[in-house]
Write a protein that binds this ligand. Structure first.
Ligand code: C5P
Length: 228
């Protein structure tokens, strides 16, 4: 098998990379680094669910109503730079409304179109490798212990000058894991053909290096299958 993946040789090929994992696992940073390494466009699909949540929150809509959540799905007008998208209130609403089948269906086309670009793309989320782009060439399931993820989130919030209490953040992360993993539709799950990347004991540079190695190994395997 040709183990060596040559970036130059396959630069003209289409490369689709799916990165899934729970909140604060590092998947967003890893997906951005992969996009930059392989020179691909990147979509953070969590932002779509956050945009729906922000719409709903701004109108004072009820997150426990699927009908009202669906009305928030016109996300084109939401400014991606809006700091409120990352707030804890919006994160929590996003996790709740993402369980509604009609909301997921309304956001699916946009994600599939992005994934279908001629040169390929990197998408990160919860169901990219299983539902949005099961045909992806490389799939990573990025995870870390809930306690490690909570510590990272606390550090991130404090760096942004926001209040953060470790126990509250850990409780919130566990609640989101529970909702994302146990919902009926498109639950958070590792695709059968995804590589597991546990970042618990890794710093961000090590995690990125390992992610690139895993993706290159998959691409090399694809190349050798095509050549035989
Ligand atoms: O990744 P992020 O934490 O920004 O996602 C916000 C919420 O959107 C998550 O808690 C999850 O419930 C939901 N989500 C999803 N499917 C995706 C991406 C995000 O259900 N592909």
């Amino acid at each position: 098998m040709n183990e060596h993946y040559d970036n130059e040789n396959v630069a003209a090929e289409r490369i689709l990379i799916a990165v899934d994992g729970p909140a604060a696992s590092g998947k967003g940073t890893i997906a951005r680094a992969l996009a930059s390494h392989f020179k691909l466009p990147h979509m953070d699909t969590g932002m779509l669910y956050r945009a729906v949540a922000l719409n709903l929150w701004r109108w004072g809509g009820d997150p426990s109503s699927e009908f009202e959540a669906l009305r928030g799905c016109d996300v084109a007008a939401v400014d991606p730079a809006d700091a409120e998208l990352r707030s804890e209130a919006v994160s929590s609403i996003a996790s709740r409304i993402s369980a509604y089948p009609s909301v997921r269906a309304a956001l699916l086309d946009r994600q599939r179109q992005f994934a279908g670009q001629p040169g390929g793309a990197v998408l990160d989320g919860r169901d990219i490798g299983t539902v949005v782009a099961p045909e992806a060439d490389a799939k990573l399931f990025v995870t870390a212990a809930a306690e490690v993820r909570a510590q990272r989130r606390v550090r991130e919030l404090l760096e942004r000058g926001l209040p953060a209490h470790y126990e509250d953040v850990l409780t919130d992360i566990r609640a989101r894991d529970e909702r994302d993993t146990n919902r009926q539709i498109s639950p958070l799950a590792q695709a059968h053909d995804a590589d597991l990347l546990d970042t618990s004991g890794l710093d961000i540079d090590q995690a990125i290096a390992e992610a690139i190695r895993l993706v290159e190994r998959r691409l090399a395997a694809r190349l050798s299958t095509q050549q035989t």
